[in-house]
Ligand binder design. Structure first.
Ligand code: HPA
Length: 307
C-alpha cells in the first residue's frame, strides 16, 4: 500500500497506515536480508545518493528488492533506482539502498524516512548515508568528500519525518538530532580514509527541487565565515543538498529509544560549487556527471571500513 501525502488533519488514520506499511515492509526486508546474506546481518548498510548507485554493480552475488515490493513509491529522480541490494563487498555482507525518495518529489517527511526505518527495524545497525551536494566554499573541489559533522535545517511539521509518530518501531517522541550521527563511526571512517581527502563541515538541507539562488549561497557562505571566525569548523555549514536530514532524524529518534543502537553518519560527495560561486549554474546533469570521482573515493572509504 502506497501512502499518500498526509495533511495534519486525519493524522491518526495516516499514522495507522504508516505503521502498518512499516511493519509489513520490515518483515519483507528481514526475509530478504536473511535469504540474501544466508542469515548474516550486513556489516554495513549504505544509502547511495545521486550518481552513486553504481557501487551496487561491484557486489558479489547481488540480489535486489524493489522499493515498490515494500509498499514504497518508485524513486522519481534520475540516478535513483529505488531498490535494496544485498551481496558481498570485500568478502563482507553489505546492504545497499540504491537511490532514495525525496521531499521534492512531493513526498512527506515520514515517507522519505520509511526505507531507513525499515532497515533499522530489520536489525541493520551500521549505516552510512551518502549524498550529492554543492559546496559553500570555493576551496573545496568537485569530487571531494565532506563528513557531515553538523546539520542545518528547519522542517515544518508536514515535512518532518517524526510528526505524529513515535513508539516501538519509531522511537521517542522528543529527541536530539545529534543522536543521528555517531562520533565513533566518524572517527573510524577518518582513520580508514587514509590518503583520501575528507573535509569536515555542516550539511545544510534545502527542500529543492530548485537549486539555490546565489543570494542564498552567499548567505550560507557568510554564516560559514562567522562560524570559522570563532573556530567552529564542525558547526560551520560547508555543503548544501536536498536529502539526508530526514534519514538522520529518523536514526536519531530510533536511537533515543534504543540507547544508541544504530551507528550512523553521512558523507557528501561534492558535485558542484554552490550557485554563484562558479560561472556555471548548478544542474542535475552536472551533478550526475561530476559524481564519478567522489564515488570512487567513497568506494575506497567503504571498503576501508569493511576491511
Ligand atoms: N544544491 C542543492 N542540492 C544539491 C546541489 C546543490 O548545489 N548539488 C547536488 N545536490
Amino acid at each position: 500500500m502506497i501512502i499518500t501525502n498526509p495533511s495534519l488533519v486525519g493524522q491518526q488514520a495516516y499514522n495507522e497506515s504508516y505503521l502498518k506499511t512499516l511493519k509489513q515492509g520490515t518483515e519483507k526486508l528481514s526475509d530478504f536480508l536473511s535469504n540474501g546474506l544466508f542469515g548474516q546481518q550486513p556489516k554495513l548498510a549504505v544509502v547511495l545518493g545521486s550518481g552513486l548507485g553504481g557501487l551496487a554493480n561491484d557486489l558479489e552475488a547481488p540480489q535486489s528488492l524493489e522499493f515498490t515490493e515494500l509498499g514504497l513509491p518508485v524513486a522519481g529522480a534520475q540516478g535513483h533506482a529505488g531498490r535494496f541490494v544485498v551481496g558481498k563487498l570485500e568478502g563482507e555482507p553489505v546492504l545497499l539502498q540504491q537511490g532514495r525518495i525525496h521531499m521534492y518529489e512531493g513526498h512527506p517527511g515520514p515517507l522519505v524516512a520509511l526505507p531507513i526505518r525499515m532497515m533499522m527495524n530489520a536489525g541493520v545497525r551500521d549505516i552510512l548515508i551518502t549524498n550529492a551536494a554543492g559546496a559553500l566554499d570555493p576551496k573545496v573541489n568537485i569530487g571531494d568528500l565532506v563528513l557531515n559533522t553538523s546539520f542545518h535545517f528547519q522542517l515544518p511539521p508536514a515535512y518532518h519525518p517524526s510528526t505524529g509518530l513515535s513508539g516501538e518501531m519509531i522511537g521517542s517522541q522528543f529527541y536530539p538530532p545529534a543522536f543521528g550521527y555517531s562520533e565513533e563511526m566518524m572517527e573510524k571512517i577518518k582513520e580508514r580514509a587514509k590518503e583520501i581527502p575528507l573535509h569536515e563541515g555542516g550539511y545544510v538541507f534545502r527542500f529543492g527541487p530548485n537549486y539555490e539562488d546565489p543570494s542564498d549561497i552567499r548567505d550560507l557562505s557568510l554564516k560559514r565565515s562567522a562560524f570559522l571566525d570563532i573556530g567552529e569548523i564542525k558547526n560551520a555549514p560547508l555543503v548544501v543538498g536536498m536529502s539526508t536530514v530526514p534519514e538522520i532524524l529518523a536514526v536519531a529518534q530510533f536511537n533515543s529509544q534504543y540507547q544508541g543502537a544504530i551507528k550512523c553518519c553521512s558523507i557528501s560527495n561534492v558535485t558542484n560549487l554552490g550557485a554563484g560561486l562558479s560561472s556555471i549554474q548548478p544542474s542535475h546533469q552536472e551533478v550526475l556527471e561530476n559524481s564519478a570521482l567522489g564515488g570512487k573515493r567513497l568506494r575506497e572509504i567503504i571498503c576501508g571500513f569493511l576491511g
